[in-house]
Design a binder for this molecule. Sequence first.
Ligand code: AP5
Ligand code: MG
Ligand code: ZN
Length: 215
Amino acid sequence: MMDFILLGPPGAGKGTQAKLMVDKWNIPQVSTGDILRAAVREGKALGVEAKGFMDRGELVPDRVVIGIIAERLREEDAADGFILDGFPRTIPQAEALQEILDDHGRNIGYVISIEVDDEELVTRLTGRRMCKGCGESFHIVFNPSAEEGVCDRCSGELYQRDDDMEETIRRRLAVYSEQTQPLIAYYEKQGNLRRIDGTGSIEDIFARILEAAGN
Ligand code: AP5
Ligand code: MG
Ligand code: ZN
């Protein structure tokens, strides 16, 4: 059983690396951001509640995302492991996750912290294009799709996220350092944190993750 947390600022490559981990280990990526964006798109009550926070680059309330995760981790495909992408993002979320895992009699294997500096993150996010179908991330310069506007993986339509405007990106980065960065020390204390240099090619970073995970 393999349970991972991908920790890292907006644009660090959590989604990009999660997709490679899914292919390698055949365990699901659980991205609270993707789940919330789907709820917005489908006009669900959850989406209506979350959208304002997301557009401002703020965190959605803990209670909301904890509920999403509690439900998602009960699904059958998560029984043999999962990759948490973008959760937890606050200490209360981390504590709630621990309780959920205790209930299932399981434990986090590795917490992988992907480190990239702020200027690089802004460049990555302003050039990002995301797939409406499968959530795959592309970049107009660093990781372009074969055909412009079309996903390589599922042929879905690519779009620019509403929160990928420079001003909102800066807010998200500030929110990360205030509210999420403390989790690095939290998991370091628990002994399962692995820090990864998040710069270089996508393949290089994936190789660092495999190494950190003992593969
Ligand atoms: P979420 O969707 O999780 O956004 P995020 O954390 O801001 O992270 P991103 O998805 O922007 O970045 P990423 O690390 O996945 O990078 P990617 O692989 O795409 O959350 C969105 C919002 O939802 C939050 O602001 C909040 O409102 C809400 N939310 C979600 N979870 C929540 C929670 N737990 N609690 C409360 N609220 C929550 O890569 C980025 C770009 O870089 C792409 O263009 C990619 O192609 C490119 N790239 C990737 N790797 C490389 C590389 N090695 N070199 C060059 N470019 C690269
Ligand atoms: Mg992402
Ligand atoms: Zn796709």
